[in-house]
Design a protein around this ligand. Structure first.
Ligand code: 5GP
Length: 183
């Protein structure tokens, strides 16, 4: 689905499908270079990172493997509290592996900082993060992100895996919602 298919649902498009694809290709080239001769394990954070993972790994030219984690953060409403519960853990033993966490968006950074702490205890050879979007204004738990798609303003976005009430993950552009959708 493109934003133009449902124009009344969106306020404005931040990045088109084409822009996202070309940014992913650029990041994949850097990752190929950084991981030359190695075989990283890409760890996707469900559900939002599904599209980023699918497009990133297919744009990469080095061998890689994939695994998934699902987490839920405790807290009232839509704000992350920093207390994270693992709903689905990895099936891979990451000891001595080169692990690259693939995340959709970083808001407060609380989810990722929990994940990094948790995965570090399993003694990977290396642990890096790729995030498609980052909201720097809201970053209360600073995390060291090696690969970043776009820094975006502090507004709620949907598309490319990011949902609102379960919808819009299949939107191929990245957009903000029209007010009537959530009011
Ligand atoms: P953090 O722990 O960094 O505050 O929260 C990150 C998670 O919050 C993301 O993985 C995503 O699920 C959700 N999130 C944060 N900002 C947005 C946004 O603008 N749009 C959507 N759809 N989800 C968001």
């Amino acid at each position: 689905m493109r934003a133009a298919d449902l124009p009344e649902d969106f306020d404005h498009v931040l990045y088109s499908q084409e822009e996202v694809a070309s940014r992913i290709a650029e990041i994949a080239t850097v990752i190929d270079h950084d991981y030359a001769g190695r075989e990283p394990l890409l760890v996707g954070v469900l559900n939002g990172a599904v599209m980023t993972m699918a497009d990133l790994c297919r744009a990469m030219k080095v061998h890689c493997q994939m695994d998934w984690m699902a987490v839920s953060s405790y807290g009232a409403g839509t704000k992350s509290s920093g207390v994270v519960r693992i709903l689905k853990d990895l099936t891979t033993d990451i000891k001595d592996r080169d692990v690259l966490i693939v995340e959709d968006i970083i808001d407060t950074g609380l989810t990722l900082s929990y994940l990094v702490d948790n995965l570090r205890t399993r003694e990977p050879a290396s642990l890096e993060i790729m995030a498609m979007f980052r909201k720097p204004e809201a970053l209360t738990a600073p995390v060291d992100v090696k690969y970043i798609g776009y820094d975006i303003p502090n507004e709620f976005v949907v598309g490319f895996g990011l949902d609102y009430a379960g919808r819009y993950r299949n939107l191929t552009d990245v957009a903000t919602l029209a007010e009537h959708v959530y009011k």
